[in-house]
Every structure is written in C-alpha cells, then in structure tokens.
Design a protein around this ligand. Structure first.
Ligand code: SAH
Ligand code: SF4
Length: 426
C-alpha cells in the first residue's frame, strides 16, 4: 500500500479568508508579467520611455533568471527606482493554499488567485510537478474551471469562473521553481533526491491542468512567450506542449504563433462516442480535427503530435477501437498516450482493467508506437488529470486533506489511476 505524505504549507494561509477586500488591498505583482507589461509598469513608476527597454531587460533578468522576490535584491537598479517600484508593486507569486508531496516526488499545489471581476470567492487552481531522473514536467492550468464539459473530466463539471491572466499562468512556473529550489544558488529542498539530476529542475511544461488553453488563447500565448524568452525563463518551445480538446480553428494559428508541441485529447475513434465524451466534437468532428493536425506547422517524424486516449472500461477500450485508432492516425506524425482513467467522486466511468490496457497497448505497439501507456504518478495525492480540485470543492482545507487521504488510500489499495507525466519524448 502506498504511504501518504501530505504537507500543508503555511497553515495560516490555509485558513485565510478569501474575501474580496483581502484580495483588493494587495499591490499589483510584476512576477510573471510580459515585457510589454513590465515596460508599462516602469512607465507608471516614472521611468522615461527611452530608458524603459534597458530597465525591462534588467527586470527580466532578475525576475526570470534569478527568481528574486524583492526589489532590493536588484543591485544594478538604482536605489531610487527600486523604492518607487516597491511602493507600487510586489513580486508576489500566487498564494499557496496547500502543497502535497507524493512518495514518488510528484508535487501538487492548490493556489489561490485574487478576485478580478465578479467572483464571489477567490478562485483556486492547481499546478502539478512530476520529476523523473532526466526531466521535470510542470503541468499548469490555463483557466479556472472550463466551459467544456467532457463527461470523464472533473474540471468539466465546474463552470468557467474566469480565464487566467498571463502573469497567473507564468506565476505557476515561478512558484514551482521557488518551492523546488530551482533558482541559481537556491538551497535544495529537504527531499532533493526526488528531483531530476540536471541543473534545471523544470525542463518541460504541459498545458494540461485546468481549462481549455485555446479558449484563453491570447493570455496563454503571451504567457508562453514569457516562458520561452531566451533572456528570461528560457524554456525550449520544443519542451512546451499545449493540450486541446480540439478547438480546430485555433490549432494552426497556435502552431504558427508559438511553435510549441501539440497534444490532442482524442479519447474516441467514432464521432458518436466522441460527441458524448468530448462534446466539442459536435462542433469540430474527428475528420476536421485530424485535418488540422496534418497541417500543424513544424510537425515531423522528430516532432510528433501526441494523441491522448483515456482508457474507460467498456466504453472505448475494445481491440477493434485500438485497431481503428491506429488506422485513423495513419499518415500523421503521431505519438499515442493511453491514460488510465482517474476516477473522481461521482464519476460515471471506471478505468479499464490493466489486462485490457495492456492488450490495447499491444495493438498500438505493434503498429510502431513505443510505450503508449502513461506511468501512473502521484496517485497518492490525486495529482492526476481530471482530478484537479476534485474532492476539494466546497470543503475546508482540513476536510479536503482527509478526503484526499481517504480516496488515495482506496486507489493505493488497487484501483488503477495515473497522472500525466507530460510529453516524455521531447
Ligand atoms: N482542456 C485540455 C487540457 C486539460 S485536460 C484538454 O482537454 O486537452 C488534460 C488531459 O487530461 C486531457 O487529455 C484530458 O482529456 C485528460 N483528462 C481529463 N480528465 C481525466 C480523467 N479523469 N482521467 C484521465 N485523464 C483525464
Ligand atoms: Fe475542459 Fe479539457 Fe476537462 Fe474537457 S478534458 S472539460 S476541455 S479541461
């Protein structure tokens, strides 16, 4: 049985009221901002236009390559400007409500964001970090909730609260780097043996958390530009993967604008079934989706599109469907990820048996797709796709933790489950 380790960071924050007034008194953060937004902030702090470019370069370097959390640390910025910046701005990250660490090193953060519009409560999102020996993958959220309602996904049962702002998307990366000591000279965390071996602890980013990233197109695009900025976070575009349920009109544009990898949540090989599982299919059916994939810019044998296929017992897991999957993807530079279904309280499906997953994988393997089954990770802390924020809805933090523990125990006792570990071949 798996041992559960649950760490709660700053219990004071866990109980902090998430009221509108508490959120509104916070100064604006510059952490996670685009170059354009940093320039605009510098203007508000009185920096003349002709000096802004140089100052943006300094801020970019301090915020994104050094990870500083105080303007005082910016030693090549004049004391006067540092004071003016500190009067108006902060370098705050999203507020941590809780942090959980799995025995396999997977980490999950529940984060609270400020109220920006008419939300009654401060919105919460989750971010998951999955370390392996040679890479570290960060799974980030793009929206609070989702407008789509895929029937097997818990996020799909939550209405869309709001889109994340670019700095809230980038803020998830900064916060993760803080927590795992991934800044130059930062002390390693106590459990550093669970981190990858290389210098950089976050090597891959997958947009596979809460939300449909292509329905928050501009903000996700701007955030990924910050992530890929060669003088800042310097994430390789080839190690960023956007996952979409199939917003066909935006797929090609995304590829042209950003050059990142693409993952498609396929999950069914027939339109009638996909209409039910992934209802956006009624608008953009499988044939149109696959055409958009064929045309995705930069796709090649070395840079394949990942097709995600969740294994649902008796629903989409027959061997005939495995053969049809291979047939459908013929001629597309594709990788296939079979994802064991992660049940959540109230879900109407069960995960396919391991035997059936293996048989299905065998068909896919024989067609030349290597290791198509995703390794389960972080199942003791419910860090899996579609489970984000699942049992936590409407529970207080302490109740949430015990609910998580109880469900994790059930899973550890034999219910299959897994998490996304990103795009393992990039
Ligand atoms: N909205 C985007 C990205 C977020 S979902 C999309 O749908 O692609 C990330 C992945 O998790 C998708 O492939 C989604 O289908 C999958 N997923 C959602 N709920 C799941 C669950 N309960 N079990 C397994 N995978 C799930
Ligand atoms: Fe939204 Fe993706 Fe979940 Fe579908 S699978 S409801 S698109 S987050």
């Amino acid at each position: 049985m798996l041992e559960l380790r649950t760490d709660t960071v700053s219990p004071a924050q866990v109980q902090a009221p998430a009221s509108a007034s508490a959120a509104s008194v916070r100064s604006e953060t510059l952490a996670g901002r685009t170059r354009a937004a940093l320039g605009e902030a510098l203007g508000r702090a009185g920096v003349a236009e002709k000096h802004r470019r140089m100052r943006v370069g300094q801020l970019t370097s301090w915020i994104y390559t050094r990870g500083v959390r105080s303007f005082d640390e910016m030693t090549d910025v004049s004391k006067d400007l540092r004071t003016r910046l500190a009067e108006q701005f902060t370098l705050d990250r999203p507020e941590i409500v809780s942090e959980q660490v799995s025995i396999d090193g997977t980490r999950k953060w529940l984060l609270r964001l400020p109220i920006l519009g008419h939300e009654r409560f401060a919105p919460e999102i989750e971010t998951v970090y999955i370390p392996e020996s040679d890479r570290g993958t960060l799974c980030i959220s793009s929206q609070v909730g989702c407008t789509l309602s895929c029937t097997f996904c818990h996020t799909g049962t939550q209405r869309l609260v709001r889109n994340l702002e670019p700095h809230e998307i980038v803020g998830q990366i900064l916060l993760a780097r803080d927590r795992i000591g991934d800044w130059p000279g930062a002390p390693p965390p106590e459990d550093h043996q669970l981190l990858p071996d290389g210098d950089r602890k976050i090597t891959n980013i997958v947009l596979m958390g809460m939300g449909e990233p292509l329905y928050n197109y501009d903000n996700v695009r701007d955030a990924m530009a910050v992530a890929a900025d060669g003088e800042g976070l310097s994430m390789s575009k080839r190690r960023i993967t956007l996952s979409t349920s199939g917003v066909v009109p935006e797929i090609g544009r995304w590829g042209t604008d950003t050059g990142t990898n693409l993952a498609i949540s396929l999950h069914a090989v027939r339109d009638d079934l996909r209409d039910e599982l992934v209802p956006i299919n009624r608008k953009y059916p499988i044939a149109e989706l696959l055409d958009a994939c064929r045309d995705y810019p930069g796709v090649s044998n070395a840079r394949r599109i990942t097709f995600e296929y969740v294994m649902l017992a008796g629903i989409n897991d027959s061997l005939a469907e495995a053969r049809e999957l291979v047939r459908l993807l013929d001629g597309i530079h594709a990788k296939i990820n079979l994802i064991p279904f992660n049940p959540w309280p109230g879900s109407r499906y069960t995960c396919s048996s391991w035997d059936q997953i293996e048989r299905f994988a065998e068909v896919v393997n024989r067609a030349g797709y290597a290791s198509p089954v995703r390794t389960p990770r972080g199942r003791d802390i419910l860090a899996a796709c579609g489970q984000l924020k699942s049992s936590s809805e409407n529970l207080r933090a302490s109740q949430r933790m015990s609910a998580t523990a109880a469900i994790a125990k059930g899973m550890a006792d034999g219910v299959p489950g897994g998490t996304d570990n990103g795009d393992p071949d990039t």
